[in-house]
Unconditional design. Structure first.
Length: 312
């Protein structure tokens, strides 16, 4: 094909229209007044709107929901931070489509100028839903214990740091409970790891059923667990873990009774510590740990309040 033929072909409006429709990303073009004049098939799928109800009828602010998104994007188009004035390169925003669904998108856009006058703009919308779902799933796996479904040790440290700061900032109580299983090793050695895993799941199931939505439960490793009890002082925390311990002891006969009574049931030793004024996370954790060891030394199957100071 010669240059003249190629130029004629590329300048064919029907060819350009087909390119716009075949583009896998949503394309939306608006005129000077902001009325939508380009709305391709990918945009229809993304925003859950038919082009017949959009083209020449809706303003771009009708598409960008909530309205603050439209104002944010317009402001970015006129500054220098995202590709230069009149350009917007790969900015991540979230919009709400006609079905009321939140859709994460990566947006690139440009102002259209003729003879020094702005005549409209065009935006390219890349749906980030699949990527965000993958990122969320990878994050969930990285902070979750695969056996019990509770948060893991890594997330425990992150949560403790956040909750300690929040507690001290707003002067609200925070209580940490450290848990360890009594008689777990002989049970695990006698009946095998499969039955041992069933016990760990029983602990985690009981923790979840005993928790309020604002609290956090963790498996730290092996047969060690933890509660972070938000907006909870030491006395309230003791009541909460005693309810949990009682629920676990009541669940034991029905869940594990089929194994017979050759060994004593697994029980829980729990240590509790309330965050003190200016106390660091590691000291709070150590005090709860020491209280848990005290509960275990006293025979287990009990909860013990931590001392306010760590002593030899």
């Amino acid at each position: 094909m010669g240059n003249r033929e190629g130029e004629q072909f590329m300048g064919d409006q029907s060819f350009i229209d087909r390119l716009v429709q075949l583009c896998p990303d949503g394309i939306i073009g608006v005129n000077r007044e902001g009325t939508i004049i380009i709305f391709n098939e990918a945009a229809e799928r993304l925003f859950k709107r038919d082009d017949q109800e959009v083209l020449g009828k809706l303003h771009i602010t009708d598409i960008y929901q909530p309205p603050d998104v439209a104002r944010q994007i317009k402001k970015l188009l006129y500054d220098q931070e995202h590709g230069g004035k009149g350009r917007l390169d790969e900015v991540e925003v979230e919009v709400v489509n006609a079905a009321g669904e939140n859709v994460p998108i990566r947006l690139s856009a440009a102002l259209l100028v003729e003879n020094g006058q702005e005549v409209g703009s065009v935006g390219f919308f890349h749906d980030m839903t699949a990527r965000k779902e993958l990122e969320d799933e990878l994050l969930r796996r990285s902070i979750t214990d695969s056996l019990t479904g509770l948060f893991n040790r890594r997330h425990f440290h992150e949560t403790m740091s956040h909750e300690v700061q929040r507690s001290q900032r707003y002067q609200r109580p925070l209580t940490l409970a450290m848990l360890d299983l009594d008689s777990f090793k002989p049970f695990n050695d006698t009946y095998g790891h499969h039955e041992g895993d069933n016990i760990l799941r029983l602990v985690s199931d009981t923790m979840r059923s005993s928790l309020r939505q604002l609290d956090h439960a963790f498996r730290l490793g092996g047969d060690e667990f933890a509660f972070v009890l938000v907006e909870t002082d030491l006395d309230q925390g003791l009541l909460a873990v005693e309810r949990f311990r009682d629920a676990f002891n009541q669940a034991w006969p029905s869940k594990m009774g089929y194994l017979g009574g050759k060994l004593p049931p697994v029980t829980l030793s729990i240590g509790l510590a309330q965050l003190g004024d200016g106390e660091k996370t590691d000291k709070l954790t150590m005090r709860a740990d020491l209280a848990m060891y005290e509960a275990k030394k006293d025979g287990g199957d009990r909860a013990v309040k931590a001392r306010s100071e760590i002593k030899e």
